[in-house]
Design a protein around this ligand. Structure first.
Ligand code: TPP
Length: 585
């Protein structure tokens, strides 16, 4: 048997078992050492390949795909620094629990650490950010090694989705010749007729019913409770959480990434404006609960976080279906590993149904006042106010769509200004490590799975957009549909909210960092349609046009990072003044 027949069968077995394990997509960057895997992925009848040149963008593109599909996506590159460029996406995938299969090609062992070209130490390249690492065997054509290749594929895919989901890294040493033998007649027929080698079944955590009973007893005794929901991707959760709230009469504080603020479920007890009114400690004190049950990641809101941190006398129960420890307040009294929707449903069966209480009504009234004020923010000094981007966008969005918020101010503006709606809008962000990198690529990766009846929108700041402009190539090369709302305040607007902004001598150079770039040229370079609305009316019409237009649309909204701080702060002050006046005088 020739060397490349062995290579072909080994790589083909691996790729075939990946597909049988449920992997549908592979994101591939060009390179020589990865040739066998790339060609066999391209040949496989059930795998879609997406070729992207820049590995940093490719990593985030795969992350976006895997996040949307909630299944592992394969990522393939050659040896050397190509693999190192995956690092930020792997870190994000680790913290945001996204299943990624990172496959790096490598030199065989005899060419490692001897000055061979494009050879770096790829062992455990991603450190503890890879849930599992294996340095694969060099290909050989023996039955045992073919079984090994298949087993490793199934194991890697299973490992990536097992709790907590995340990235795994397999490193493949390949010897030359690297070109596989695609002419081999029996290759795909024999593979296709073959059943999958290993069925890997991921588990789901539940707790003992006696524990549910104990919790139900505890919650039934407290009239003043809160349900807090952070980012969570369980399709059954929204219904289960609102039902639990309706029996306990506890308000739900819903982070925008919890996806409780959007959709057809009952939203009457969903409180979305807490970030605004909890900035006022006096108001928060009046609304202080006795018990909190928290699901999902820690919400974005800083006032909420600070409140949870300073209130040791509230019993905080944190539920995480994937058994993590997402509890930075250090105040939790209980950490429970249990599938969130399951726990809600079991609790509903066991808790005492509460009468309608003043407690829930107070929260709703305070929220309503805030909602009205936040929805009425005005522009000032001839500039469009950044906070209004989400308000206007929300009105202009179609009934079904996906919205991705960039980090820095977009995610915070989403939290403040994206109010409850019955529209079916799925909301996403990269909140694992909160980087401003890779966001364009993440959104483009997500757009591939969105379907034509669910357009995808990304709201992103100018520095974050600049950071991943290379990512735009995916839209051009693969004819993807994405509308980018580019909020251009010429620099890092977030820093104007921080104490550093008072240090005028250094502020613009070190933090503001205006680039003065004219992004229309980027739109031209990547064949995007481009508009620069001067009013909200023009903005709304640009968004409506984008809903029907195919391809990449960039809608640039020029804003002013100096005035936005004062408009935002004045608005928050008005929220707290009005609530104090109306309810707590
Ligand atoms: N580098 C990475 C990869 N991630 C980060 N979070 C940072 C640096 C620090 N950082 C946080 S926000 C920010 C920077 C540099 C500025 C972002 O500016 P922009 O995207 O324009 O959004 P804006 O603040 O104007 O909303």
């Amino acid at each position: 048997m020739s060397a490349n027949k062995s290579l072909t069968l080994y790589a083909a077995s691996f790729v075939d078992e990946l597909s049988k394990a449920g992997v549908r997509d592979a994101v591939i960057s060009p390179g020589s050492r990865s040739t066998p895997m790339a060609m066999l992925m391209a040949e496989h009848p059930d795998l879609n390949i997406h070729v992207l040149i820049d590995e940093r963008s490719a990593g985030f593109f795969a992350l976006g795909m895997a996040k949307m599909q909630q299944r592992p996506v394969a990522l393939l590159c050659t040896s050397g620094t190509a693999a190192a460029n995956y690092y930020p996406a792997v870190v994000e995938a680790f913290y945001s629990r996204v299943p990624l299969l990172v496959l790096t090609a490598d030199r065989p062992h005899e060419l490692r650490d001897v000055g061979a070209p494009q050879a770096i130490d790829q062992m455990h390249l991603f450190g503890r950010y890879a849930k599992w690492f294996a340095d694969m065997a060099v290909p050989e054509h023996t039955a045992e090694l073919l079984h090994y290749g298949r087993t490793m594929a199934a194991r890697a895919a299973g490992k990536a989705i097992s709790s907590p989901s995340g990235p795994v890294h397999l490193n493949f040493p390949f010897r030359e010749p690297l070109v596989p033998d695609l002419e081999s007649e029996d290759l795909w027929t024999s593979l296709n007729s073959r059943p999958k080698q290993v069925q890997v079944t991921a588990g789901s955590s539940v707790i003992d019913l006696s524990e549910v009973q104990r919790l139900a007893g505890l919650l039934s005794e407290e009239k003043k409770g809160l349900i807090i929901c952070g980012e969570l991707r369980d399709p059954d959760f929204a219904e289960a959480a609102v039902k639990l709230s309706s029996v306990l009469k506890y308000p739900i504080l819903a982070d925008p990434l919890s996806n409780l603020r959007t959709g057809s479920h009952d939203q009457t007890s969903v409180i979305e404006c807490y970030d605004a009114f909890m900035k006022d400690e006096y108001i928060t004190e009046q609304l202080k609960p006795e018990v909190i049950i928290r699901f999902g990641a820690m919400p974005v809101s800083k006032p909420l976080f600070l409140f949870l941190k300073r209130t040791a006398d509230i019993r905080q129960i944190v539920v995480d279906g994937q058994g993590g420890w997402r509890e930075p307040t250090l105040m939790a009294a209980e950490m429970i590993e249990c599938k969130e929707s399951w726990l809600c449903r079991e609790l509903i069966k066991q808790v005492k149904i509460q009468e309608d209480t003043d407690w829930l009504q107070s929260w709703k009234k305070v929220n309503l006042v805030s909602r009205e004020l936040l929805g009425s923010a005005e522009d000032k000094g001839g500039d469009l106010f950044e906070g209004n981007v989400f308000r206007e966008l929300q009105h202009a969005l179609p009934q079904k769509c996906h919205v991705i918020a960039g980090n820095s101010m977009p995610i915070r503006d989403l939290d403040n200004y994206f109010l409850n709606t019955e529209k079916n809008i799925a909301v996403y962000a990269n909140r694992g490590a909160n980087g401003i990198d890779g966001i364009v690529s993440t959104a483009l990766g997500m757009s591939t799975g969105a379907g034509t009846d669910h357009p995808t929108f990304l709201v992103i700041g100018d520095l974050s957009f600049y950071h991943d402009m290379n990512g735009l190539l995916a839209a051009k090369m693969h004819k993807l549909n994405l509308t980018i709302i580019l909020v251009n305040n010429d620099g890092g607007g977030i820093f104007s909210f921080l104490p550093q902004s008072k240090e005028e001598k250094h502020f613009e150079t070190l933090f503001g960092t205006p680039t003065g770039l004219d992004f229309k040229h980027a739109a031209d370079l990547y064949d995007a349609s481009y508009s620069l609305p001067a009013t909200w009316e023009e903005f709304r019409s640009a968004v409506s046009d984008a809903v029907i237009k195919k391809g990449l649309n960039i809608i640039e909204v020029r804003t002013n990072r100096q005035t936005r701080v004062s408009i935002h702060r004045e608005l928050m002050n008005r929220v707290s003044q009005e609530i104090r006046e109306k309810f707590f005088k």
